[in-house]
Design a protein around this ligand. Structure first.
Ligand SMILES: NC(=O)c1ccc[n+]([C@@H]2O[C@H](COP(=O)([O-])OP(=O)(O)OC[C@H]3O[C@@H](n4cnc5c(N)ncnc54)[C@H](O)[C@@H]3O)[C@@H](O)[C@H]2O)c1
Length: 433
């Protein structure tokens, strides 16, 4: 390998939540071309706006050295290809490698002697060599670790988080030979001020990323299980966690809906590999099962409380604040709030969902309902606050009560955002995880 930082020309393949910030950061120091197969995405970036809101219009305007394209030929002159395409699961929760394979095939079409392909997408340990490298070799006619090289450096950004950003999160790096590992490490070290951690192999780097999200999934799953249990015992889970967290070695996690395309998906990449090597994972799948059922659990408890309050559910309008998969982020993909909506509808309820961050057209297209207004002027019969967008987090007990057209307002506080006592002092019935 002869590549050096000074002659590095980078192509970022897939310009979503991960790829665009990465392209912008590398673009401050290197020639960078951003490539995506989605023409709409490229057009919006060329017009100076990022609908994922990871970059502001000003940040995008500042990224002057950055080009965006759907044309494969425009990345031919690059010598480093960084892949940030989605790694979803199919309907049966099996990994869908299509985007990874297609991106690898496309890169193979322009790959040249001495080039390096770095994967950032979240995968299972071994995926780069088992799934991606064969595609690269097939479409390029080149030989791995002789003509071209690979690296794996998982992305650890947290969309919507304006504090922990790409340059301030330690980057795990790895390469297919010791020399490539050195090069990949120095490449990321040049943009990540927090520093890098050089993993001993690509498999280790792949495993490290997927267990970060798996660990989080299982811990949230445990809190969700405790929440179901404590509801039966008649104690508040948040109060229990507050008390337990006073011990130095208690790890604080909160119950909640686990959606999106990372924490709720990545563990399936690990369980896929586990089953391939003859091990049936138990804890990992238990976490998945628990978390996947929480939307229905929230909906059923809302109905239970409404019936206890004497409400005629099918005649009620149930308000839902937040449909995105997480707070302060417009991403609605794989949002578990939709499970709440579907379950409420199955009970005959009329659901009015609002969201200050989600794009109404995307919600209509993806889930088939229109976003509505919920306010003191347009109140509902019961209110579920499902997502902690800062606009909802900042609502006072008075403001929440005013949105509910009922003498004994039912507030379902999924994220534990509000003081239960304050709401109860205002005459509310409160349910929270
Ligand atoms: N979003 C996160 O929080 C996050 C954090 C860390 C890691 N990751 C991982 O990073 C990867 C990307 O996630 P994301 O959230 O940025 O996805 P995303 O869906 O926001 O963006 C992916 C982009 O890739 C494009 N694309 C799809 N197939 C392509 C192809 N063959 N060639 C070129 N472009 C293609 C899509 O059009 C899209 O613009 C996933 O593996 C994910 O698990 C995501």
């Amino acid at each position: 390998m002869t590549q050096t930082l000074s002659d590095t020309k980078i192509a970022i393949i897939g310009l979503g939540y991960v790829g665009l910030p990465l392209a912008a950061e590398f673009g401050k120091q290197y020639d960078v071309v951003g490539f995506d197969i989605n023409q709409v995405r490229i057009d919006e970036l060329l017009s100076g706006h990022d609908t994922t809101l990871e970059l502001t219009d000003a940040e995008l305007a500042e990224a002057k050295g950055l080009n965006f394209t759907t044309e494969l030929e425009s990345i031919r002159q690059c010598n480093v290809y960084i892949v940030t395409v989605p790694t979803p699961v199919d309907g049966a929760n099996r990994p869908d490698f299509t985007p990874l394979k297609k991106a690898s095939q496309a890169i193979g079409g322009v790959l040249e002697n001495g080039d390096t392909v770095i994967y950032e997408s979240t995968v299972f340990p071994g995926c780069t060599e088992e799934i991606c490298v064969p595609e690269l070799e097939k479409s390029s006619g080149l030989v791995f670790n002789r003509d071209f090289y690979c690296g794996y450096s998982p992305e650890r950004i947290n969309p919507g988080d304006k504090v922990n950003r790409l340059p301030t999160i330690v980057k795990i790096t790895s390469g297919s030979t010791p020399q490539v590992a050195d090069y990949v490490d120095s490449l990321y070290a040049s943009i990540v001020t927090a520093g890098t951690h050089r993993a001993p192999s690509m498999k280790v780097a792949e495993a490290a990323k997927v267990i970060e999200n798996t660990q989080r999934d299982i811990n949230i799953g445990l809190m969700n299980e405790l929440s179901v249990l404590f509801d039966r015992i008649g104690i508040d889970t948040n109060a229990v966690i507050d008390a337990a967290a006073t011990k130095w070695n208690f790890l604080r996690f909160n119950p909640g809906l686990v959606g999106g395309h990372c924490i709720g998906v990545d563990p399936y990449y690990l369980t896929y590999k586990a089953e391939q090597v003859g091990y049936l994972p138990q804890m990992i799948l238990a976490g998945r099962r628990l978390n996947d059922n929480m939307g229905r659990y929230v909906a059923r408890n809302t109905i239970r409380k409404m019936l206890q309050l004497g409400m005629d559910v099918p005649r009620c309008r149930i308000g839902l604040l937040g449909v995105t998969f997480k707070e302060n982020c417009p991403d609605i993909r794989n949002s578990k709030v939709i499970d709440v909506v579907r379950e409420l509808e199955a009970w005959g309820a009329n659901v009015a969902a609002a969201d200050t961050w989600a794009n109404p057209e995307e919600v209509q297209k993806e889930y088939g309902f229109e976003l509505q207004n919920i306010s003191a002027e347009e109140p509902v019969d019961a209110l579920i606050v499902a997502v902690g967008h800062h606009e909802y987090r900042d609502l006072t007990a008075e403001e929440l009560c005013a949105m509910v057209n009922n003498e004994m307002p039912l507030i379902v506080d999924v994220k534990g955002l509000y003081s239960q006592t304050e709401l109860e002092d205002k005459g509310c019935t409160v349910f929270r995880l």
